[in-house]
Design a protein around this ligand. Structure first.
Ligand code: ASP
Ligand code: MG
Length: 319
């Protein structure tokens, strides 16, 4: 059977699509905005004392994620490695010595086909991945708020012509952003509240205290509230939905093992991380914020493809 990527007609039509996409003025403007966001965010973080480190593309250790994706496994040198789904563990390790870091981190998450139409999912994207040593969730929430306010205000000041192009008006968001707990959000908006909460908000809004079943094993549990994590998601307003996820990280070996078991995962899968935790690590806290989603929100466009040069839409093999 001929597969998609071997079919000449498919390749020709994809290349034509790519050329049309890159020639679209809307895409060109959005890519400029993305470039400004990259620049202002990194200016802000360096000024705040954060050191940029290079991304990791392949490793025997990557984020397990909490939703189904195809497995980006590569077999080489007699062992298995994975293309980075997120640098969560590398952040946690590197920051033990470097104290405050960030990465413009390309992530591959081979999302299933039904995510194609959400306007928010690409199977290759970049996140601004940030981590700090011995900081609390609240301190990192404050950093994220400052970073977003700084970035948006510079775009408004220095590139109002781009916002005009998109007929986009952005308010001056005030810190602190509103906060709602996961439980309150479910009570107010029902299960799967993200869309409703986002549409109902006029400022970026934090969702905190997310239950373990909704998250990966690695975020830290409240010592006195089993099953509830000291983590936070940021939701863009106006229906643009998830901006960021993050949290304080588990660092005690017994807790890490317990959590891996509770999530039904194997110690074998995380042996590199377990070995590290056995050596001893300290508390770290951080978050990751998708650059394409940030750009989509600033431009106010419906489709994430339109803020990306070579969009990878789930289900399609693309350039
Ligand atoms: N690892 C998270 C993610 O990629 C981000 C974070 O918690 O820092 O969703
Ligand atoms: Mg996440």
């Amino acid at each position: 059977m001929e597969t998609l990527n071997q079919n000449d007609d498919y390749v020709k039509s994809e290349i034509e699509r790519s050329m049309r996409h890159l020639a679209d003025p809307k895409v060109q403007h959005a890519i400029k905005v993305q470039s400004y966001i990259r620049s202002y965010v990194t200016d802000f973080l360096r000024e705040a004392g954060y050191t940029e480190i290079a991304p990791i593309i392949i490793s025997p250790l990557t984020d397990p994620l909490n939703h189904p994706v195809y497995d980006p496994k590569i077999h080489a040198y007699g062992g298995d490695m994975w293309i980075t789904q997120s640098m969560i563990f590398h952040k946690q390790i590197a920051v033990q010595e470097l104290k405050k870091i960030f990465i413009m981190s390309p992530n591959v998450r081979l999302e299933t086909e039904e995510k194609a139409g959400t306007g928010r999912h690409l199977y290759e994207f970049t996140q601004i991945d940030i981590e700090a040593l011995e900081k609390s969730r609240e301190e990192m929430m404050s950093l994220a708020e400052d970073m977003i306010i700084y970035t948006i205000s510079r775009i408004k000041k220095e590139h109002s012509e781009e916002l005009k192009y998109f007929h986009r008006t952005l308010p001056d968001y005030q810190k602190p952003f509103p906060v709602i707990t996961f439980r309150e959000a479910e009570e107010k908006y029902g299960k799967g509240f993200e869309t409703k909460l986002s549409k109902d908000s006029t400022s970026p809004v934090w969702v905190i205290d997310i239950p373990l079943k909704e998250r990966e094993f690695y975020d830290r549990e409240y010592p006195d509230r089993p099953g509830i994590l000291r983590d936070m998601d940021l939701i863009w307003p106006e229906g643009f939905e998830e901006a960021s996820s993050g949290g304080e990280r588990e660092y005690e070996l017994s807790q890490i093992l317990d959590r891996i078991h509770k999530k039904g995962q194997t110690e074998e899968q995380f042996k590199w991380f377990i070995e590290l935790a056995r050596e001893g690590i300290k508390l770290t806290t951080g978050f990751g914020i998708g650059i394409e989603r940030f750009t989509r929100f600033v431009c106010g466009v419906a489709k994430i493809e339109d803020v990306t040069t070579f969009p990878k839409v789930p289900g399609r093999i693309s350039l």
